[in-house]
Design a protein around this ligand. Structure first.
Ligand SMILES: *Cc1c(COP(=O)(O)O)cnc(C)c1O
Length: 478
């Protein structure tokens, strides 16, 4: 592509993206496609001869666009809503062009040092002490994997050299988390060779928070059975209900037991920027490591996960490996080489997104959007609470509401009620205006409305509620 052609397509694409970002509502949030539609619409093999960009883009619009789930739709209320903010998109565009690989300081001094600076900005906004060194990974799953790898490194002598298998000097190891912790913690223990049974899930209370007393009992119990605790994962903002574990008490236990404390605040962490929400975070400053996802609720196009660690030396001890061809003079002068803090060698220039977003929004505007999302969630919760055919099934600490329909005129068994709510969710999602997902709490199928998109307004939550009420009435009649 020569420069003039690039300009032509580039300008056209920017026009297209500008339309898209402001007008994603034009599309159904959930696509109306069947499995295999996309695959069947595309040829089996790549072309021998290159094709003009116009033709390729036409196929993008014809085949792929109708099969996109629109995470940028303001009616996206499933899982955790996210946003590709314009400043984040521009940063991605620039980053792709620059093609930086910040494995060594010298392979991108800018990306290496901007990562340090932008993560320090975010850390200070969230009120965390400077003792936390930061590194950017792709996802919270990978961040938690690194946290638990560091915990294993800290606890098991020579694990780096000898591994775990076939050793009689290392007994069983254990990691603890709440029964509501994210599945990425399970995957981390699988990856680290600890085995799934080494994850002990601690029961939660009525507000879905880990019972600290049960954690202490589990640790005592395991120590008695000669099982070595290596880490506790506390969650601030669990995935189903956004409940908050008692981090202060858990931190006390981890201090007494000398066990690594990892805090998973992938979704809710950014609300530590809001003074009136700090209380949820009491004790997290004592963690060994913390993960927060700007790609969830900080308007950052996927992906960008911020990992903070007080003991990054242990992460380095676990992962640093410098072959001759990657040795540099400045490496011995104490510069950070980002390849030393993780599995990956090459890494993308993600910090450009964080830096541009933090600057473009400014902290006060970010706080304003987060507060508005939380306000909208409380408004929705109040509608649920006031309606005789609905019930709310969890507190709303942040911007997620867990609820279900329970039509007063129907007598349904537990499983019929689950089926009713599943049909309700499918009916509402088929509208194309909103997309909700579900979870299971205390055995019940529960719907979730998660607010987090930059362009979501009261109009969108009202539309969700209108659809829920109308379809509940409709389904109850049949
Ligand atoms: C979303 C989420 C994760 C996983 O995030 P990824 O970045 O997709 O790996 C982990 N923990 C919690 C609490 C989450 O909400």
């Amino acid at each position: 592509m020569d420069p003039s052609e690039f300009r032509r397509h580039g300008h056209a694409l920017v026009e297209w993206i500008a339309e898209y970002l402001s007008g994603a509502e034009r599309y159904p949030v959930l696509p109306r496609v069947e499995p295999g539609d996309v695959r069947d619409a595309l040829p089996d093999s790549a072309p021998e001869e290159g094709e003009p960009f116009d033709r390729i883009f036409a196929d993008f619009e014809r085949v792929l666009l109708p099969a996109l789930t629109h995470w940028n739709h303001p009616g996206f209320f499933a899982y955790f809503a996210t946003s590709a903010s314009a400043s984040g998109v521009l940063a991605e565009f620039l980053s792709a062009a620059l093609n930086q690989q910040a494995m060594l300081w010298r392979t991108s001094p800018a990306a290496t040092e901007l990562e340090e600076v932008s993560l320090a900005w975010l850390r200070r906004l969230m009120g965390l002490p400077d003792a936390f060194e930061g590194v950017i990974y792709d996802t919270a799953s990978i961040a938690s994997l690194h946290a638990l790898a560091a915990a294993r490194e800290a606890e098991v002598p020579d694990v780096r050299e000898k591994g775990l298998a076939g050793r009689d000097d290392v007994g069983r190891l254990r990691v603890y988390c709440s029964e509501h912790a994210h599945s990425s913690i399970d995957k981390a223990v699988l990856m680290l060779g600890l085995g799934h049974s080494s994850l002990r899930r601690i029961p939660a209370d009525d507000a879905f928070s880990m019972r600290a007393g049960e954690l202490r009992a589990a640790l005592d119990d395991d120590r008695g059975a000669r099982i070595t605790p290596i880490a506790v994962v506390a969650t601030i903002g669990t995935t189903s209900t956004t409940s908050v574990d008692p981090v202060r008490e858990i931190a006390d236990i981890c201090r007494d037991e000398r066990v690594w404390l990892h805090v998973d605040a992938a979704y809710a962490g950014v609300t530590a920027m809001i003074p009136e929400y700090r209380a949820h975070f009491t004790g997290w400053e004592r963690a060994d490591s913390i993960v927060v996802n700007p790609h969830k609720w900080l308007f950052t196009p996927f992906d960008l996960s911020a990992f903070y660690c007080r003991r990054m030396d242990v992460v380095r001890q676990a992962f640093s490996l410098v072959p001759e061809y990657l040795r540099t003079a400045e490496g011995s002068r104490g510069v950070r080489n980002l390849m030393d803090t993780g599995v990956q060698l090459g890494r993308r220039f993600r910090s450009l997104k964080l830096w541009m977003i933090l600057r473009h929004f400014g902290a006060e505007r970010i706080r304003g959007v987060l507060r508005e999302h939380i306000r909208l969630a409380h408004g929705f919760a109040a509608w649920v609470d006031a309606h005789p055919d609905f019930e709310r099934v969890a507190p709303v600490p942040f911007s997620v509401v867990c609820f279900r329909a329970k039509p007063r005129d129907l007598t349904l068994t537990a499983s019929e009620l689950d089926a009713f709510n599943e049909r309700l969710m499918e009916a509402v999602n088929a509208s194309g205006d909103v997309f909700l997902s579900h979870t299971r709490l205390n055995g019940m199928l529960v719907l979730r409305l998660a607010i987090g998109h930059l362009r979501t307004t009261a109009q969108h939550t009202a539309r969700a509620w209108e659809l829920l009420c109308a379809h509940t009435a409709e389904l109850a009649r049949h």
